[in-house]
Design a protein around this ligand. Sequence first.
Ligand SMILES: Nc1ncnc2c1ncn2[C@@H]1O[C@H](COP(=O)(O)OP(=O)(O)OP(=O)(O)O)[C@@H](O)[C@H]1O
Ligand SMILES: [Mg+2]
Length: 298
Amino acid sequence: MTSESTVRLVSDIDIDSPRSVTATREVKSGPARHSAQPTAELSIEAIAKSFETTNGIVEAVANISFKVCSGEFISVLGPSGCGKTTLLRMIGGLERPTAGDVLVGPRSVWSARQGASDAVSEMAFAFQEPRLFPWFNIEDNIALPLRIRGVQRAARLEQARELCALVGLTGFEHARPRQLSGGMRQRASLARALSVNPRILLLDEPFGALDAMTRDQMNLELQRICSTTGATVILITHSITEAVLLSDRVVVLSSRPSRVQSIHKIDLGRPRNIDLQSTVEFQGLVRRIRHDIAGYPA
Ligand SMILES: Nc1ncnc2c1ncn2[C@@H]1O[C@H](COP(=O)(O)OP(=O)(O)OP(=O)(O)O)[C@@H](O)[C@H]1O
Ligand SMILES: [Mg+2]
């Protein structure tokens, strides 16, 4: 653990006091991404997960706690296999924790005996692979969550067209997924996640398979979309640069079973552009985070 001022232990005041996070960001970084209320949108409370396998018990997540403010952008970094996806799945109601809970505002995701509660209706996922249905065109893919929720066809297609515009896919509404590039498919996947107007967006390495230039472009798109929608975001990524570019805070997890190793506050103004990456301040943040990730080559 480094003693740098940007690094906070999970027990430090700022993560349990969302007000201090937002206040500091506004003072030090110029305007916030949008007018975020200083409220804890999401509380991850002493969450842990062990899997029973034929080879014995695999302890994936040991004991993780942190809070996320409304409108905040959090990235989670950690060594491969440390439990990032497992953590995100527990937050999103897809994987029941062995211990602990997740709260959306005051509502518990996991207190129900049978499964995740309706607190998860506030959330949407996007994954590393776009997971589009090949037999649907793009607007039908984007509108699918609305169809499942019983929204009438005309209304859901109108919304899908607006989302196509938001993610830069206008003109491709009637194309099939195979007719789009990888980056375009990932935009469609993001639009589908946004279709339910989620307060919380959970992203598991959504740009991991893209080339560097498309990834930079998608990072800027995501920043713009978040500033438009005001969504709270948790992004799992292996890219420290991506994490620093996009985040208000970066959570570094330890090796498996994962715990919070450190939390880095990113006090850089917004909107951020790619050139920011060559500044001394940006590179200093990248270096500090890199030093905190277990096993990162020197
Ligand atoms: N359903 C499962 N059954 C058994 N073990 C699992 C299951 N899901 C995950 N694990 C184990 O839990 C650990 C954490 O996996 P997880 O996918 O969360 O890691 P990760 O940090 O997302 O990895 P990566 O960076 O490679 O995506 C791994 O050891 C994995 O084998
Ligand atoms: Mg993963």
